[in-house]
Ligand binder design. Structure first.
Ligand code: FAD
Length: 469
């Protein structure tokens, strides 16, 4: 006899575990199946442990600037096992925290690998551990939140021991800082690792197939980020594809082809593959159920419903943007729909952050997209070097760029580069979600002295009247 619940969730990442909590809050009986760690990639191998490493990189970098702040300290060095241990401990603490939240919300946690077979109301879920059937579960609704894994690159492949070619997993628990590191892919993950390893003394080169780094960001931000990171010693090879690779005992050599067809070779102690992720859709029984898949992603409607009755999907497994907050948001929306209590819809855009040094944060349309979609726009820019708080903190690099619809005055997009911009962006996310206009933002009182004043000034600048520039 199968155990039954109202909602059964497969995968306990930020999509699945948040969906479980919300479903329990709505009074539903919930079961969640997880084959590895509670908290998924984000808490264990993504968002959180990378930020712990990046914080060490920042602290270490700051030590070389202490004299300018009037502080004298001895020569700085670092303890690699300790900084990795700190990162892993934070991940484990948060994963245990998810376990506590599951208990608190009376969510039944089943440890094992789930597979779907056709059922009457919704698919039946079989959970296996070490190839042995553990439990058979049924529910009124099944939510797939199985996430994604590193995308392989056919021209490079992954060596079984991953000694010379790393994915983010190996890059997060290094046994040594390689003297030379080649990073393939200049998206958020590649740039964050470039920032960390550069701060810890590696000679870093980033290879990107497209013609600019952080290709999803506004082109002006990509250019500013490249300039800043180059100033710190990171090298970039853009518009260049990896065509092949050769692994040796002491390193790896990549065959590169640039957009003009010319070929070069680059060698390093280690290469890090950061070309994106692919959804975990294999071996879950999707083909047998006839679940619609497009470009390796499960196709869903705005509630997360698939084409199979009673089966839903959320988070990385349904595609970009590959972000934890997007996965959680989809989880909440999905279970509220299933429970018959959908929240009033707030048209919230999905912000994106890169926690490199300098940081990058954005929301809404880029300038190119806004010109394409909206036509007439007003743009405001304000640099941190004219902001008193930024000067006193020693963070004068970067700027805020705001984009408004000229006719309605509505904020269409905001793009920032500089210190703490991953914290600043949320005010403009809120502003966009609530339909704020340039006029409204121009009359908001921002505290002084704070970095947030650049948001105000960039809005004023879009109307041609910044106060401090
Ligand atoms: C290095 C790195 C840094 C990142 N940094 C950020 C960041 O700063 N901010 C941000 O928003 N996002 C970041 N991300 C992306 C973020 O981690 C993902 O978008 C997020 O984890 C997606 O959540 P999810 O719940 O969809 O899937 P996941 O977190 O991948 O969770 C899926 C879970 O499902 C489980 N599972 C899969 N198949 C089965 C099965 N058959 N049975 C049982 N369990 C199964 C897996 O074990 C996993 O725990 C980062 C990613 C990486 C790799």
């Amino acid at each position: 006899m199968a155990d039954s619940s109202d909602i059964l969730i497969i995968g306990a990442g930020p999509g699945g575990y948040v969906a479980a909590i919300r479903a329990a809050q709505l009074g539903l009986k919930v079961t969640i199946v997880e084959r590895s760690h509670l908290g998924g990639v984000c808490l264990n191998w993504g968002c959180i442990p990378t930020k712990a490493l990046l914080t060490t990189g920042e602290v270490f970098g700051l030590l070389s600037e202490l004299k300018a702040f009037g502080v004298n300290a001895g020569a700085a060095s670092f303890d690699l096992p300790q900084l990795v241990k700190r990162s892993r401990a934070i991940a484990q603490q948060l994963s245990a925290g998810v376990g506590f939240l599951m208990k608190k919300n009376k969510v039944d946690v089943v440890e094992g690998t789930a597979r779907l077979i056709p059922g009457l109301v919704a698919p039946i879920v079989r959970v296996e551990r070490e190839n042995t059937l553990l439990r058979e579960l049924i529910a009124d609704a099944v939510i797939l939140a199985t996430g994604a894994r590193p995308k392989p690159l056919p021209s490079i492949g992954l060596s079984p021991d991953r000694e010379r070619v790393w994915t983010y997993r190996e890059a997060m628990v290094p046994k040594r800082i390689p003297a030379t590191l080649l990073i393939i892919g200049a998206g958020a993950i590649g740039i964050e690792f470039a920032s960390f390893y550069n701060a810890m003394g590696a000679s870093v080169t980033v290879v990107e197939a497209l013609d600019r780094i952080l290709p999803n960001e506004d082109a002006e931000i990509s250019a500013a980020a490249q300039k800043s990171l180059e100033k710190r010693g990171i090298r970039f090879v853009t518009a260049t594809k990896v065509m092949g690779s050769e692994r040796r005992a002491d390193g790896v050599t990549l065959d590169l082809e640039s957009a003009d067809g010319s070929h070069t070779r680059q060698s390093a102690e280690v290469a890090l593959l950061a070309v994106g992720v692919i959804p975990n859709i294999d071996n879950i029984g999707l083909e047998e159920l006839g679940v619609e898949i497009a470009r390796n992603q499960i196709v869903v409607d705005s509630t997360g419903a698939t084409n199979v009755a009673g089966l839903y999907a959320i988070g990385d497994v349904v595609g970009a943007p590959w972000l934890a907050h997007k996965a959680s948001h989809e989880g909440v929306r999905c279970v509220e729909f299933i429970a018959g209590t959908p929240s009033p819809r707030v048209p919230s855009p999905v912000p994106a952050c890169t926690y490199s040094d300098p940081q990058v944060a954005s929301v809404g349309l880029t300038e190119a997209q806004a010109r394409d979609i909206q036509g007439n726009i007003d743009i405001g820019r304000f640099p941190f070097r004219f902001n008193g708080r930024a000067l006193s903190a020693g963070h004068t690099e970067g700027f805020c760029k705001t984009i408004f619809d000229r006719e309605t005055g509505k904020l269409l997009g905001a793009h920032l580069i500089g210190a703490e911009v991953t914290e600043l962006i949320h005010s403009l996310v809120l502003a966009m979600s609530l339909g704020a206009t340039r006029d409204m933002l121009s009359h908001v009182i921002f505290p002084h002295p704070t970095l947030s004043e650049v948001l105000h000034e960039a809005s004023l600048a879009a109307g041609g009247a910044p106060l401090h520039m």
